[in-house]
Write a protein that binds this ligand. Structure first.
Ligand SMILES: [Zn+2]
Length: 91
């Protein structure tokens, strides 16, 4: 490989990395925004009722309530969350 070809390859890798970094940053900002929103609502007592109701509400509003992803934004249904709700709901 010529030095120029090698340089171009390196440049492409660098650009890909930069793009990845930007995407990661956007994701972090989104998580921080969600986190702040949750804290605000918790502080305002927006999640009243028993714990189960609060969790159900949280899930319906698009957040994970399963231990592995608790509090993270949820784009689609999560089997872990649903399983959790199903078992808690039976009590
Ligand atoms: Zn989940």
């Amino acid at each position: 490989m010529t030095l120029l070809a090698e340089f171009k390859l390196w440049q492409e890798k660098l650009q890909a990395l930069q793009k990845e970094g930007e995407e990661l940053m956007a994701r972090i900002e989104e998580l921080e925004r969600q986190n702040a929103e949750l804290r605000r609502r918790l502080a305002e007592g927006d999640y009243e009722g028993d714990g189960f109701e609060a969790l159900t509400k949280l899930y319906e509003e698009g957040f994970h309530i399963c231990p592995g992803n608790f509090g993270r934004g949820r784009e689609e249904d999560c089997l872990f969350c649903l399983n959790f709700l199903l078992h808690k709901g039976k009590k």
